[in-house]
Design a protein around this ligand. Structure first.
Ligand SMILES: *Cc1c(COP(=O)(O)O)cnc(C)c1O
Length: 497
């Protein structure tokens, strides 16, 4: 399997796509074709555990990696999760399903991929004969940073540097990153929002001068954001696994269509669902759920992606994003894989802050996806009511998706012509990762201290407090640096001294 850039410049192997992270022309790597999972293979997957299912899906893309070693690596990665199943599917009394993706080492769904990426990168470097150290730069709205730090902690031949918006993450997220262990890691807060962090990192990636300076220090630059295909690919697997779980538990028949609702920020998680569909999984509608930063909802409505708009800080910080990087991969598909057109749109986005797609492309977009958004008040209400009704506590991101999903179902129920499919809502973080906001949603009470929030949620819900959350409480804070966005590269150079 080869990978090509969405902007036309390059054709590389899986290992190269992972190690490079982003194409030299600024484009994102996409598979040359979508590999199919046959009906027989899907049947066979029913009898497999999660690592085996994931290996089957991943090896279709990474056929340059040895499959048995890949399976072992996946097994080792998912052993770091609490419980036997890294992605359990939970049925609610109202007939909806929640796919819990937050049982990993940092309590957010980013662990599903970031526990696997180090293997793909290390082995990729070995296959390519890369002998320099790898420098991984991460821009994070909170969860990717911690998951990358934990995933690559003390990994051989790799250093990781994370930038996060100083005022744009939850206290718990800040604490999780600030107390990170490992000799090969660094964390820096940036004055600004997530888009400023992401733009700063992208600038370092695409600047000839920055790259050269990094190379002169003996490093090769790479990425752990979902622009890296090695980050995206492991996320495709849980759509397959959830589907298999629905079949094996007799909730659906093999071949029946299933819808998925995804709380969306950088468009990586939901894009993985689209890839699963293109590989042959019977996926119906993918519900793209946004918070008050509803740039995607507007895009679906109008066909224009417009980033010149106010940026809001919300209680679902991992979705506070105006420029969703992975949308480029979808735009590329909508255009019929027209690299010149994609490049032109990305240039327009960089220069004017907006671009539009054609009517036929918008039609294709609406055939696979539905987009909706949830206000802060509605999200709070949804979390509260869902707990009252079903005794199930959700985090603030999942709350956004649940609210959009419920309204979507109401709309379908009102229309006698509509066909209703089983619906899976992706649960992307533990409620304990956003304790203040979740406690507020559940009780209307504010607490200043994160751990007081954790304790009260526990008393109220009896939900187990994850070990990683307990662990950060008494750890010393190692990283305190705060810089302005134009000083990010200086921090990189300092780190590489
Ligand atoms: C990252 C994240 C999201 C958004 O996922 P994308 O792949 O960026 O769209 C949603 N919820 C949580 C908890 C996250 O950490």
């Amino acid at each position: 399997m080869f990978f090509i850039s969405t902007r036309g410049g390059e054709r590389v192997t899986g290992a190269e796509a992972v190690v490079k992270g982003i194409a030299a022309d600024g484009g994102l790597f996409v598979p040359e074709t979508f590999p199919a999972v046959s009906a027989e293979e899907l049947d066979a997957m029913l009898g497999m555990d999660y690592p085996e299912r994931a290996a089957l899906v991943l090896s279709k893309y990474f056929d340059d990696y040895e499959k048995s070693a890949l399976t072992e690596a996946l097994r080792a990665a998912y052993e770091k999760f609490e419980g036997d199943d890294p992605a359990p599917l939970v049925r609610m009394d109202n007939g909806m399903y929640l796919l819990e993706l937050y049982h990993g080492p940092t309590c957010a769904f980013k662990d599903m991929a970031l526990t696997v990426l180090p293997y793909l990168m290390r082995t990729g470097c070995d296959m390519l004969g890369v002998d320099r150290r790898i420098l991984i730069l991460v821009a994070t709205s909170g969860d990717t940073g911690k998951a990358a730090l934990e995933g690559f902690r003390d990994a051989e031949g790799v250093d990781v540097m994370v930038f996060y918006p100083d005022e744009g993450v939850s206290k718990m997220q800040k604490l999780q990153m600030g107390t990170q262990d490992g000799e090969n890691v660094n964390v820096v807060a940036v004055r600004g929002n997530f888009d400023d962090c992401q733009a700063g990192v992208k600038k370092i990636f695409t600047s000839e001068a920055c790259r050269k300076a990094i190379e002169e220090k003996g490093y090769l630059l790479s990425s752990a954001n979902s622009i890296n295909f090695g980050r995206l690919a492991p996320q495709i697997c849980y759509y397959f696994s959830a589907y298999c779980d629905l079949v094996s538990s007799n909730q659906i028949k093999m071949g029946e269509t299933v819808d998925f609702a995804v709380p969306t920020g950088n468009f990586g998680n939901i894009l993985a669902g689209y890839y699963a569909k293109r590989m042959g999984l019977p996926v119906g509608t993918l519900l793209c759920a946004s918070n008050k930063n509803n740039v995607l909802t507007e895009f679906w409505r109008t066909g224009t992606y417009e980033t010149r708009r106010p940026f809001y800080r919300t209680m679902s910080p991992s979705m506070d994003i105006l420029v969703s990087s992975n949308l480029e991969r979808l735009i590329f598909e909508l255009s019929g894989r027209d690299a010149a057109r994609t490049q032109e749109r990305m240039r327009a986005l960089a220069e004017t802050g907006r671009y539009s797609i054609a009517t036929d492309e918008l039609k294709k977009l609406k055939a696979d996806f539905y987009a909706g958004c949830s206000s802060e008040d509605d999200t709070v209400e949804c979390i509260y009511e869902f707990f009252e009704e079903y005794g199930y506590p959700m985090d603030t991101h999942t709350g956004v998706a649940m609210n959009v999903a419920q309204r979507y179902l109401e709309k379908l129920n009102d229309d006698p012509m509509s066909e209703i499919h089983p619906l899976v809502v992706l649960s992307t973080a533990s409620p304990y990762k956003f304790p203040q906001d979740v406690l507020y949603a559940l009780t209307g009470n504010d607490v200043k201290d994160s751990f007081k929030g954790v304790k009260r949620i526990h008393l109220l819900t009896a939900m187990k407090v994850p070990e990683p959350i307990k662990a950060v409480r008494y750890k010393p804070i190692r990283f305190k640096t705060v810089v302005s966005a134009d000083k990010m590269f200086d921090e990189v150079l300092k780190f590489l001294q």
